[in-house]
Design a protein around this ligand. Structure first.
Ligand code: HDE
Length: 712
């Protein structure tokens, strides 16, 4: 039941895409050549029961087109979902950047955003424990800018040349192609345990950030340090952040595992439904600005993508807002064919020497060549800039433009020197002139060697319940590995991060933390490297805690788009239900009537209500909260169906808000609700406001310890 339905809005880009849209409503069927088709159900045969004839051009066109429908899926981030929207700037930051998108507050810049998991295939379930991609294409007036980020502020490795190793280790093992979309296997931990630079991103993956409640409730990060360049050609370092208006919220691992079975498209559906209902997802864009002269001020290297800059050290300045306001018209044409390239930048933004970023600048263009079939992928409608493009690049597979004129070279006189060059003052791009005086060398800077301080800072900064989830995740993941030497190596490394954490994990694995491990600890070094110099030092403590890293300190002020299951059967109390439903819907929640059967249920006022889901077709893990209106007849019927009892117990176990009408509601004693009557988010006969406040809290994690006894 969607509320506040608004029209999809779109942007200047979605308007431009209309020229490529095709609508067959009311049209006759034709071949690709426009020939009207009279029969698409039978092939041309030599007699009614004879063989099909080679002559059948209709069969050939239809079948060959079908045979070639698939393109290679992305080698990483294959599973994704996307939407159109707009970016608006709150205030100009012209002191830092001359980019139009950062100086012109009157502009509305179209965007296309693709969210993804990393490891799984295109059809893998949404709730894998994984990093999420957060790729934003800004169609700006100065050309397209792609901010191709993730939902975690750091990456696993420091140098792009390690990327194939990392991905080969996490992908399904090559001999048996198992497991799909899961990091919990030997090859990944073999790699991680020998490559200590991965430990920071890895502990984030063990945290709740890796199982978001929704794409709409996760942060995004550009990760690398980029440069902003102002009109005096001065450079400032910058890190980009996306902050979701709905706060940062996650699921529990038990829910994630069950959701993957109950609704493998959980995140995709959630994004689509919210936009379709006019509940447009929003993020604010923030920047951490670091003056050029502060480059060496930190205990870590700004060029090291495995390090974050704590907001407690450099605050995030919020400068604008992105709103996703239109679903794609066609998944393949837009979401699948969109090509993001970190190399797509505009004047006012530039790169740094982060060796991971440098490698990415090569990889993304390269991968599109095989994925999209050639160098003209920029002509696919979703990839076209909103401004004109002119150059002397020509021909190639699937060229769709008809370039006029005699010349395709520069300089020329025959075409009056066109297309001509743009001076910087006219917006011509000019790379930042960084002074370099160096020897050519294949090595890793020693300033990248601290691999334990930031994982420890992250763990220290989490709330108790978040720390417990991290310990459970390590125990689960390592518990899925078969080789003890890999688990022990991991235990030793975890102990370097935090000893208590390692003890918890060791207990779960039934193993001892080894007193030492085979040297060198970090094996991601060259054969002739100085082994001692390249080993990670003991962790440092340059910040006691960074509260902004904890989801306990996120926003808890909205229930917009939260899904509430209302458990009902014939005879449910209309009076109570109406008061609750009105209050919840006013706040933007989405209510679903879950009943013993599909069709209609009749309330005690004799009115018929449409059932949204028969209990057989749904699960409590698909909802944020549960409401059980009173009504004796209704409650009696629900009690007779064991799945309703499981539904309630499971919601309780996952620390969700539950509201029940009637202290004498027999479902209380029939479920574990009886033991949780005093729980802050179990609301018996309370006003809708109390329920709304409990839903805003997302979960009552204080319940975590006590719910262990619920066998749901
Ligand atoms: Fe990517 N990455 N990546 N990556 N990445 C790709 O490009 C690569 C990295 C990210 O929704 C590929 O078009 C290398 C960091 C996202 O279409 C490929 C390295 C970050 C997406 C590629 C990295 C990302 C990709 C595969 C190490 C966060 C999905 C398909 C140097 C800042 C974009 C494609 C979409 C996709 C290479 C590391 C984010 C193969 C070599 C760090 C969100 O080119």
């Amino acid at each position: 039941m969607a509320t506040n339905k608004k029209e999809n809005l779109g942007s200047a880009k979605t308007e431009a895409l209309k020229a490529s849209e095709k609508d067959s409503t009311g049209k006759v069927m034709t071949t690709n050549q426009g020939l009207k088709v009279n029969d698409t159900n039978n092939s041309l045969k030599s007699g009614e029961r004879g063989s099909t004839l080679l002559e059948d051009f209709l069969l050939r066109e239809k079948i060959t087109s079908f045979d070639h429908e698939r393109i290679p899926e992305r080698i990483v981030h294959a599973r994704g979902s996307a939407a159109h929207g707009v970016f608006e700037l709150y205030e100009s930051i012209e002191q830092y950047s001359k980019a139009g998108i950062f100086t012109d507050v009157k502009r509305t810049t179209p965007v296309f955003v693709r969210f993804s998991t990393v490891a799984g295939s295109k059809g893998s379930p949404d709730l894998a424990r994984d990093v999420r991609g957060f790729a934003v294409k800004f169609y700006t007036q100065e050309g397209t800018w792609d901010l191709v980020g993730n939902n975690m502020p750091i990456f696993f490795i420091q140098d792009a040349i390690k990327f194939p190793d990392l991905i080969h280790s996490v992908k399904p093992e090559p001999n048996k192609e198992i497991p799909q979309a899961a990091s919990a296997h030997d090859t990944f931990y073999d790699f991680v345990s020998h490559t200590t630079e991965t430990l920071h991103n890895h502990i984030w993956v063990m945290s709740d950030r890796a199982i978001p409640r929704s794409f709409r409730m996760m942060e995004g990060f550009g990760i690398h340090t980029f440069r902003l360049i102002n009109d005096k050609n001065e450079s400032h370092f910058v890190r980009f952040h996306w902050k979701p208006k709905l706060g940062v919220h996650s699921l529990t691992w038990d829910e994630a595992v069950k959701i993957n079975g109950a609704d493998a498209d959980f995140h995709r559906r959630d994004l689509w439904d919210a936009i379709d209902a006019g509940q447009f997802p929003e993020w604010e864009l923030g920047v951490q600005i670091i003056p050029q002269e502060d480059e060496f001020k930190f205990e870590f290297d700004l060029l090291d993508p495995t390090k974050l800059i704590p907001e407690e050290m450099v605050p995030v300045k919020i400068i604008g807002k992105m709103t996703l306001n239109k679903n794609p018209e066609n998944f393949f044409a837009e979401t699948e064919q969109v090509a993001f390239l970190p190399g797509h930048i505009v004047p006012g933004i530039d790169f740094t020497n982060d060796p991971l970023l440098q490698g990415r600048l090569f990889s993304y263009r390269d991968t599109q060549l095989s994925r999209l079939g050639g160098p003209n992928f920029n002509q696919i409608p979703i990839n076209r800039p909103v401004v004109e493009s002119h150059n002397n690049q020509r021909d190639g597979m699937m060229q769709t433009e008809i370039n006029k004129g005699q010349t395709a070279y520069f300089p020329n006189s025959l075409s009056g020197g066109c297309p001509h060059l743009a001076k910087m003052a006219e917006g011509g791009f000019h790379s930042y002139e960084e002074r370099i005086d160096a020897k050519k060398i294949r090595t890793r800077s020693a300033s990248f060697n601290d691999h334990f301080s930031q994982p420890a800072l992250f763990y220290r900064s989490l709330a108790k319940w978040e720390q417990q989830h991290v310990a459970d995740a390590y125990t689960f993941e390592l518990g899925k590995c078969n080789h003890d030497h890999i688990k022990e190596r991991m235990l030793w490394l975890i102990a370097e991060i935090d000893e208590d954490l390692a003890k918890k994990v060791a207990k779960g694995l039934g193993l001892e933390i080894p007193s030492d491990i085979e040297r060198p600890i970090n094996q991601a070094i060259g054969a002739d490297a100085n082994i001692e110099e390249q080993q990670p030092p003991k962790k440092k403590n340059y910040l006691d805690s960074a509260p902004t890293l904890s989801q306990a300190n996120t926003k808890f002020d909205s229930i917009v788009s939260r899904k509430i299951a209302v458990l009902v059967a014939n005879g449910f109390s209309m009076k109570n239900y109406k008061a609750m439903a009105d209050a919840l819907e006013k706040e933007g929640a989405v209510l679903n009537l879950v009943a013993p059967h599909g069709g209609m249920v009749t309330c005690d006022a004799g009115m018929k209500h449409k059932v949204d889901a028969a209990i057989m077709t749904t699960e409590s893990v698909l909802f944020d909260a549960v409401y059980i209106p009173g009504g004796k007849e209704s409650v009696n019927e629900l009690m007779g169906e064991a799945k309703f009892l499981k539904f309630i117990n499971e919601a309780l176990k996952h620390c969700k808000a539950i509201a029940v009408d009637g202290k004498d509601n027999a479902l209380i004693d029939k479920t574990y609700l009886a033991k949780f009557k005093d729980d802050a988010a179990v609301l018996i006969d309370e006003k809708p406001d109390a329920f709304i406040n409990a839903i805003k809290q997302h979960r009552n994690w204080d319940r975590s310890e006590k719910v262990k006894e619920i066998p749901a």
